[in-house]
Design a protein around this ligand. Structure first.
Ligand SMILES: NC(=O)c1ccc[n+]([C@@H]2O[C@H](COP(=O)([O-])OP(=O)(O)OC[C@H]3O[C@@H](n4cnc5c(N)ncnc54)[C@H](O)[C@@H]3O)[C@@H](O)[C@H]2O)c1
Length: 323
């Protein structure tokens, strides 16, 4: 049994990770500055504690990391709308916050399991991307790249702390994880936007021409990979793509959502500039090579898009019904 600190533990991914680690019998502390709505069901479970604070509070982080064997560092600003509109706070939390964690974990000799992102590959056209692929990012005057840049710099710090201080780490690069508890309907990520529109019989607004592609991975699959890597010695010092190879255009995603949910919304197209302002640039294709996670961790996603969307739609319908 390990003592595990999960920063961002009251977020989408973090809440499921806390749930799974508790079910495995570990001592879990969720550290998050949100109100903890997504972990309300865990609050009274034995072995669980919630600390509502910011990762930028160094002394509070120090207190918690001193008690931990493993730090799962997932706290971040991850919503595209926010990182375009609030680049300062995004970089402060996503980079400075990560540095606080690495510095303290390294001193404590705790293992760090860090949530990075597919955004670090930028717009590299040579897909699918292996973990050692080139990073091709846009100009620094485009706010959009501040998120991927902060995460990539934090990854560099992981390697540097490992190299110079012997800090054990694992890096996860997520490719559009989705499922229940993702975000409030209508937030800046694609599925909550489409779903809100479908559930309210409004037109689905596709940003740009809809031909940009992504791959989607269901939450249970993603969390399975995260947890495997926490406890597998072969994962130490490694970065993993967490996703699927099923490339899907945003137009096809909208059509699939309509089909699975039986929604009647029409599809309309809105220029990126109208949504995000000038400081945005889209990534035309984003597809991971996921063979490394399969080879080292024996992991691959098994939930079909149809199954995952059904469960997600059911969750959000229930949320609306219970309001
Ligand atoms: N969901 C995805 O598809 C995806 C893709 C790429 C990367 N990631 C990364 O995975 C991690 C989790 O993402 P998520 O989808 O669960 O997002 P999320 O927004 O649901 O979770 C992030 C959590 O971090 C918390 N947080 C933000 N700033 C904080 C601070 N200063 N102090 C303490 N807590 C703070 C938020 O309150 C939130 O609960 C993030 O690091 C994100 O960058 C997620």
């Amino acid at each position: 049994m390990a003592s595990i600190l999960v920063t961002g533990g009251a977020g989408f991914l973090g809440s499921f990770i806390c749930e799974k680690l508790l079910a495995m019998g570990h001592q879990v502390v969720a550290y998050d500055m949100s109100n903890g709505e997504k972990i309300e069901h865990l609050i009274d479970k034995p072995g669980f504690r919630f600390v509502q604070d910011s990762i930028l509070n160094f002394s509070s982080m120090e207190r918690e990391i001193d008690r931990a064997d493993i730090v799962v560092h997932f706290a971040a600003i991850a919503d595209p709308k926010r990182y375009v509109q609030e680049p300062l706070v995004t970089m402060e939390i996503d980079l400075q916050g990560a540095l606080n964690v690495f510095k303290l974990a390294s001193k404590k000799k705790a293992k760090v399991c860090f949530a990075s992102t597919s955004e670090i590959y930028g717009k590299n056209p040579a897909i699918p991307w292996k973990e050692d692929a080139e990073r091709v990012l846009g100009s620094t005057h485009i706010n959009r790249w501040c998120y991927g840049t902060a995460k990539a710099a934090a990854e560099h710090y992981c390697y540097a702390y490992a190299h110079q201080e012997g800090m054990p780490f694992v890096i996860y690069r997520f490719f559009n994880v989705y499922g229940p508890r993702l975000d409030d309907l209508g937030s800046g990520r694609v599925l909550p936007i489409f779903l809100k529109q479908c559930l309210h019989d409004e037109p689905i607004t596709i940003h740009g021409d809809g031909l940009q592609t992504r791959t989607l991975v269901y939450i249970e699959d993603a969390v399975d990979c995260v947890v495997r890597a926490i406890f597998n010695e072969k994962a130490v010092g490694q970065a993993f793509n967490i996703g699927t190879s099923q490339e899907l255009s945003m137009k096809d995603l909208a059509l699939k959502l309509k089909e699975v949910g039986g929604f009647k919304s029409e599809i309309v197209y809105v220029p990126h500039k109208e949504v995000f302002g000038a400081s945005y640039e889209d990534v035309p294709r984003r597809v991971p090579d996921v063979s490394k996670a399969k080879k080292l961790l024996g992991w691959e996603a098994t939930t079909t898009l149809e199954e995952g969307l059904k469960k997600t739609i059911a969750y959000y319908k229930e949320q609306i019904a219970n309001r």
